[in-house]
Design a protein around this ligand. Structure first.
Ligand code: SF4
Length: 314
């Protein structure tokens, strides 16, 4: 006769659940976000670069330059090493639900940045603008740059952009009208100044470039909104019909300028142009252009309730 098994014997004692250290988990998730952003070009950018490389005439300097860029991208991903020695200004965009505590999250971001710097995912890149001192941690006055936005729902999204210095140097702001360029206060004037900025950036800023543009706003907001356009996927569509048309026209025109990758000539001068607009006062009409190099580093994550990575955004 089979031995009677008591329920007591069958039910295994449930192991006590391991308590998640939410602070450590947040730091780990952000360090991983920094690693991936620094070492892997997002899919939409890679696809655009690969398509542009195919389009270059074989055995030209442009073809060679695009090949080197692609090799660099593959190697950085394979070795998990930064795409470029300049790991850039570290800019976070955090979208959170109501009631989210920003101050402690900011502190955890700073810890993650310090750790990512120690691990080599970020170069010791941030210096005091008055003394030139480098703390070696990437922390300091105004750095990293962190922006918070309240959003509906319960999810926390963290987006990160690493903005290189060379491409930042060729970013520009125009005040319309610009008589030297014959640029008036309309979309045709905007088109002229954006093309002028690309023309002036040739051979600098490590092209092919991608642009974020803001029409209007005051000087500070205009530059801020322009850079934020770089968070858009390269294959998306502008919801404003006029700007959507202008984005495409600018890319087409710039790719006929013959500047090419790194300014070596060729068909690939611009990968994309993303535009937005902001109200202005009648006295001003600013157009801001944020130029991003081929090492287009931006990524994003959605965190789960334990602050582990639930989803990648790009
Ligand atoms: S512009 Fe971009 S690719 Fe060129 S050095 Fe700076 S970060 Fe690197």
């Amino acid at each position: 006769m089979a031995k009677k098994t008591t329920t007591k014997k069958v039910i295994k004692k449930a192991k006590p659940k391991k308590k998640v250290d939410l602070k450590q988990q947040t730091i780990d998730s952000i360090v991983e976000l920094i690693r991936v952003t620094s070492t892997v070009v997002p899919d939409d950018v890679f696809k655009t670069i690969a398509a542009a490389a195919k389009n270059e005439q074989k055995n030209t300097t442009a073809d060679y330059a695009m090949g080197i860029i692609k090799e660099n991208i593959d190697l950085a991903k394979y070795k998990s090493q930064p795409l470029c020695q300049d790991t850039g200004t570290v800019i976070f965009y955090i979208y959170h639900p109501a009631g989210f505590h920003q101050t402690p999250f900011k502190e955890l971001i700073k810890k993650a940045v310090t750790l990512a710097t120690k691990k080599g995912y970020l170069r010791q890149n941030s210096v005091n603008s008055l003394t030139g001192e480098n703390a070696g941690t990437n922390l300091g006055e105004g750095h990293p740059s962190i922006h918070f936005y309240e959003q509906k729902g319960s999810e926390v999204e963290v987006k990160l952009m690493l903005k290189g210095g060379g491409c930042e140097n060729v970013s520009a702001q125009y005040s319309l009208p610009d008589t030297t360029l014959g640029a008036g206060r309309d979309l045709e004037g905007v088109r002229k100044v954006v093309i002028d900025a690309v023309y002036k950036a040739q051979g600098k800023g490590c092209g092919p470039g991608a642009l974020g543009v803001c029409v209007g706003g005051d000087r500070a907001d205009s530059a801020y909104f322009a850079k934020k356009q770089l968070l858009r996927k390269l294959d998306d569509k502008n919801s404003n019909k006029d700007l959507d048309k202008l984005e495409k026209e600018i890319v087409e025109t710039c790719n006929k300028l013959g500047i090419g990758p790194m300014g070596f000539g060729g068909k690939t001068t611009l990968l994309s142009c993303k535009m937005t607009h902001a109200n202005r006062v009648p006295a001003s009409f600013f157009v801001s252009i944020s130029y991003m190099c081929w090492a287009f580093r931006r990524q994003g994550i959605v965190l789960n309730k334990n602050f582990a990575i639930k989803k990648w955004l790009y």
